[in-house]
Every structure is written in C-alpha cells, then in structure tokens.
Design a protein around this ligand. Structure first.
Ligand code: GTP
Length: 354
C-alpha cells in the first residue's frame, strides 16, 4: 500500500511560521511535523510514501532524506506550480498501480487507518473518505451519507437550517487508481470540489469512514498551539528532556513539558506546559506557560511568554510580556520591556512574501 502526502501548499494561514519552512516540517513537540505523520502511517503498515511538494521543497528533503531513519521509503515529487489536491496526486499517477491512500500533510489524528483500509476493500468503494465530527459545521464542507455509509452529497458551509450532519472531510482518502483517469492532466483541480462530487453525481461508489478519534489540522497558529496542548495533555505531568541541558536547581518545571537538547534554563525560571526547542536559553526569573519555542530562542531575564510561539533564533528582551496567540517569526528580536497585544504576528526581518 502506497500513500501520497500532500505537502505542496504555502501554509499562508500559519505565517509567519511558514515563511522559511513549509507547514510539513514545522516542529511539533520538537520533531518536524511530517515525522509524526510518517510514524502514524508506519503504525498502520504503510511505509511507501510519496511526498507531493511545491512550496519550499528543499528543506523537507534535507530534513527527512530517504526516510530510512523513520523506517519508511520516501519519494519526492515537486510541482512547478500548485496543482491542487487532485492535480498533485494525478502528477504521481505513474507511481500508483494499486489502491492507495492520500493524506493532507497537516493533520494529526488517531483515525484507525487499518480499519479504513479494510472497510474500503470490503465495501467495493472507488473512493473512501475519512470523516470527523466538528462543533460548528457551518464553517466547513460537510459530507452527507445514507444509512449504509455511502456518500450522498457534499455541502460547502451550510447554513444552520441546512445542517443535516456535523461530519466533515478529514483529509484522508483511499482511492482506486482508475479514479485518476477522471482528473485532467496538467490542470489544477481539487478532490473535494471537482472530483468527488462528480463521482457521487455519476453514481460511483464513494463511501465514508466516520471516526470520532482525535483529529486536528495544524493549519492556523491557534490550531498549532492547540495541537501542542492536546499532545502534552497525554503525558500527564511528565517532564521530558530530549538530551542534556543545564537546568538551574531553583528553576521549577511543571509537567507536562518538553525541553530540547543543549538548553540553558536559568535561576528561578518557571515553566509550565511549555515546549522548548534545542539550544534555547531562558534567563533568570523568566516564565513560560504553554509557550512553544523553536530552536535557539533567547528569552531574557524576567520575560513572560504565555500560549505563544517563538520561531528559530527569536529573541525576547528583558521583562517582555508576550501574551497568548502571539507568533514571533524566525530571528525576530523583541525589545526589552515590550508589551505586545494578544495575537500579534511578527514577521522575520526582510521577508518579502510570495
Ligand atoms: P493555507 O495557505 O493556509 O490555506 O494552507 P495550504 O494551502 O498549505 O493548506 P490547505 O489546508 O489549503 O491544504 C491541505 C493540504 O493540501 C496541505 O497539506 C497542503 O500542503 C496541501 N496542498 C494544498 N494545495 C496543494 C497543491 O497544489 N499541491 C500539493 N502538492 N499540495 C497541496
């Protein structure tokens, strides 16, 4: 069984975290995001993986190589311009001979892939789509099914009076290879908008695989932080260290928390529910609550960071307050005693955009 992971998007909603690297390798618990997804696939016996890339492919290759360290085999394909979810898989068509999986490259989930694969085979489906429940279906595309689990209709952002289900597309599909025959070559097209509705319309067997297992996409800073909180919650009160770090004896670290290798944590520092990347330095009396620091972040004395993200080599001056929802881009320096507003996003210096 092969899988295609869609990692070609620009991740615009997650900026400035995706200014220098694609969403696929933003660190989650100090590991490139895709490592989590590849290990998930491996747990379900899927080890032959095609990465459909577009935006900033080189850092992904440098980071994951041929996949052997994770026990998977990676094949890289790069689109010269974004082909959309279906166009990107069509582009990989020559490598896909049997039924295969497709995953959005930004989801963390416990959906039982093995059960989905088994159901796909038993049902004779041409396409199977994993579905996940949401609280507010009016801001998503919902997927309606009949009593037998067959997909009847796709409904984009229904009004509350039209809502018949709270199940949305979870971004995991299993496809028979002949479906790619319906996708026009060298053209941008989307499974969820162009291909699947046409199959349903034509009466082809498209089945749902609803699951209430954990599911989140890390497409926005809020969800990125939420994913960290959710994953850490599973650790109970544990404090994990990725390697050797210097922690001053007076520092108080309350689990769950993760500290990367080579960090220096100063006197009277307070840490709670935070993830600290490798080679960070946290100065005397600083407080980190549910903050996520990437590699080499410098937090000066007395700074307070809560429920925020600081990118690689960002530096937070003495006594700064960084409130919830703030996203500090790579290399950004926050002046001493600064008071940021909630939800501020600070772009890396000189970033021109695309
Ligand atoms: P935003 O710009 O924030 O909307 O993010 P995105 O476009 O990166 O992600 P979106 O949630 O829209 O797409 C879901 C998944 O499909 C992500 O993992 C994207 O990387 C991937 N994706 C979206 N468009 C393309 C594309 O044209 N080609 C490829 N290969 N992947 C794509």
């Amino acid at each position: 069984m092969k899988a295609v992971i869609l990692v070609g998007g620009e991740g615009t909603r997650l900026r400035p975290l995706t200014c220098n690297i694609p969403k696929a390798i933003v660190p989650v618990l100090n590991r490139p995001f895709l490592e989590h997804q590849l290990l998930y696939l491996r747990r379900h016996g899927v080890t032959d993986v095609i990465l459909a890339m577009g935006y900033l492919p080189d850092p992904v290759r440098e980071c994951l190589g041929n996949g052997s360290q994770l026990g998977v085999k990676l094949t890289y394909l790069v689109e010269s311009s974004p082909m959309g979810t279906a166009g990107a898989v069509k582009n990989a068509g020559q490598l896909l001979d049997g039924p295969f999986l497709v995953l959005n490259g930004d989801i963390i989930t416990g959906i039982d892939l093995s059960a989905m694969i088994a159901q796909h085979r038993d049902s004779g489906a041409r396409v199977s789509i994993a579905l996940t429940p949401v609280d507010n279906p009016t801001v998503f595309g919902v997927v309606e099914t009949d009593g037998q689990g067959r997909v009847r209709r796709f409904l984009e952002k229904p009004g509350w009076d039209q809502v018949t289900t709270n199940l949305i597309n979870a971004g995991i599909y299993m496809l028979e290879p002949e479906v790619l025959g319906m996708v026009p070559p060298s053209t941008r097209s989307m499974f969820e908008r162009d291909v699947f509705p046409a199959l349903v319309e034509a009466g082809d067997p498209v089945f749902a695989f609803p699951s209430d297992a954990y599911w989140i996409d890390i497409g926005t800073p809020e969800k990125y932080l939420q994913a960290h909180r959710d994953l850490l919650q599973g650790w109970g009160g544990e404090v994990r260290m990725d390697g050797k770090s210097q922690v001053h004896p007076s520092a108080r670290i309350e689990g769950p928390a993760l500290i990367g290798e080579g960090c220096i944590i100063g006197r009277d520092v307070r840490i709670k529910g935070a993830v600290i990347g490798p080679c960070c330095r946290v100065g005397e009396g600083a407080r980190l609550e549910e903050a996520v620091l990437w590699r080499g972040v410098q937090v000066a004395e007395g700074a307070l960071l809560s429920n925020c993200v600081a990118g690689d080599a960002a530096s937070i001056g003495c006594g700064c307050h960084v409130p919830p929802g703030c996203i500090i881009g790579d290399g950004v320096r926050i002046e001493p005693e600064s008071r940021l507003e909630r939800g501020y996003r600070l772009w890396p210096d000189g970033w021109q955009g695309i």
